[in-house]
Design a protein around this ligand. Structure first.
Ligand code: NAD
Length: 445
């Protein structure tokens, strides 16, 4: 199929590259000319494992980028909307969705043939039907369901493993206003065999995405609340608590041969310094705001956000237990991206932690295997030295604080052997074995 992707950020670019790899003919559209130029040169503007290789393979074969949205829509049969849907402090900000719908509608006004518009961005239930469809009908002066189709296809890829997630999805959710739109959407995903598909309406598709993210965010905040209580009671290690919980066979089923599987879901039942990223915080807040708007306050989700917002402070308090005055205390911060495998700094817990430590006069060395440049843009240089390798970062410091579970950090116990005296290790992710360190503290210990 000929597909235009409107918005070539994390989701748009990964979607475009992967659908090109599956044989579709793709035009990636973005308003940012620099992004467009980079994509056309085969340089992805973001770090994502495997993306560069697939982009290089498909660019100017099945894929090209442009800033000309109108022509891209006219030249294709389907347009996927993958623009940003940030939280504006009070509710979901639909400005990019409205603008993209408007521009697509204008392009479709003069187009004779049927066209399908699919929203892939995360939007609160009702947005496709009540916002996107009216804008498209007004600008095209045509009727949705007759002259053009409309669908909603939420994206579940995880940053860090986005290409793998897109190419081998665990589910494909297809919402639409009518069977024809649904059938066309099925054609986009023809190359994805043996994947469970949900065929539904737009509102349900939108709700599935929010429910999935809210459930995972809730599990994280729940674990952190248990961790903080464990630490306050004393003589309890939350990692042992959670291990005991994970062994419930409804969480980790035991097969007939006696073997137990530990499904990835238990990763969300672990204590840490909180969730971040471009999705969980904004999506949970958007659903809370939407609940209020329709007269259904979301009490559990309000608490999920409250617990999460406090969690970075737990890390600073842990350090202050050992160094009550942080002035001139030398701190190595390991991991700046909100999670491993990405350079995305959006809502990373490292941001409030580093800022707080720096405000209190700590002297910070920071390291992240891929997010250093992105972090420097957000955090600036005040009291922070950005280091290019792990061993250099942890030399001559009083505290090492670990904030992202990068695989590379498994080397820390070995590297600590060469440090005399050994700094305090504060494990914000409970990633390392506490018995490997002479001075160790962590969330929920
Ligand atoms: P992003 O900010 O990285 O990308 C959005 C892109 O859209 C930007 O490059 C911007 O320049 C472009 N854009 C905006 N308006 C445009 C217009 N009118 N014409 C052309 N280009 C335009 O955002 P993202 O992280 O890719 O997220 C996109 C959507 O997908 C959001 O709703 C998000 O919640 C959802 N989502 C994101 C992820 C993720 O892991 N990042 C996962 C699943 C779903």
């Amino acid at each position: 199929m000929k597909i235009s992707i409107i918005g070539s950020g994390y989701v748009g670019l990964v979607t475009g590259v992967c659908l090109a790899e599956k044989g579709h003919s793709i035009i990636c559209v973005d308003a940012d000319h620099e992004k467009v130029a980079n994509i056309n040169q085969g340089v992805p503007p973001i770090y994502e494992q495997g993306l560069k290789e697939l982009l290089k393979k498909n660019i100017h074969v099945n894929l090209r980028a442009t800033a000309d949205l109108r022509q891209a829509v006219i030249d294709t049969e389907v347009s996927l909307i993958t623009v940003g849907t940030p939280f504006d402090g009070e509710q979901i900000d639909l400005a990019q969705i409205k603008e993209a719908s408007h521009q697509i509608g204008e392009a479709l006004r003069d187009k004779k043939s049927y066209h399908l518009v699919v929203v892939k961005s995360t939007i609160v239930p009702g947005t496709t039907d009540d916002v996107v469809v009216p804008i498209l009908e007004k600008t095209t002066r045509k009727k949705a369901g007759y002259d053009f189709g409309v669908g909603m296809n939420p994206e579940f890829l995880r940053e860090g493993v986005a290409v793998e997630d897109f190419m081998t999805p665990d589910r494909i959710v297809l919402g639409a206003i009518d069977p024809k739109s649904l059938d066309w959407m099925e054609k986009i995903y023809q190359g994805f065999e043996n994947v469970d598909k949900v065929r539904t309406n737009n509102r349900t598709a939108e709700m599935i995405k929010y429910t999935a993210n809210s459930l995972l965010a809730t599990m994280i905040s729940f674990s952190n609340e248990i961790a903080n209580l464990s630490a306050a009671i004393g003589d309890i290690d939350v990692t042992e608590v959670m291990q005991g919980v994970h062994l419930d066979k409804r969480l980790s089923p035991i097969f007939e041969n006696g073997k137990r599987i530990m499904p990835p879901i238990i990763e969300f039942l672990k204590a840490g310094c909180g969730f971040g990223g471009s999705c969980f915080p904004k999506d949970v807040k958007a659903l809370i705001a939407h609940g209020k708007q329709v007269g259904k306050p979301m009490k559990i989700l309000e608490a999920v956000i409250e617990v999460n917002q406090k969690q970075p402070r737990a890390i600073v308090s842990l350090i202050k237990k050992y160094f009550p005055d942080l002035k001139k205390i030398r701190i190595a911060v390991l991991g700046l991206a909100f999670k491993p495998g990405t350079d995305d700094m959006r809502e990373s817990p490292a941001i409030p932690i580093v800022r707080n430590l720096s405000e209190q006069g700590a002297v910070i060395k920071a390291y992240d295997p891929v997010a250093l440049n992105a972090a420097q843009k957000v955090l600036g240089n005040n009291n922070i030295t950005y280091c290019r390798n792990l061993s250099q970062t942890i030399e001559d410091v009083d505290v090492v604080v670990l904030l992202t579970c990068w695989e590379e950090f498994q080397q820390i116990p070995k590297l600590f052997d060469n440090l005399k005296p050994q700094p305090l290790l504060v494990d914000g992710r409970r990633m390392l074995d506490k018995s490997s360190f002479s001075r160790y503290d962590g969330i929920g210990l």
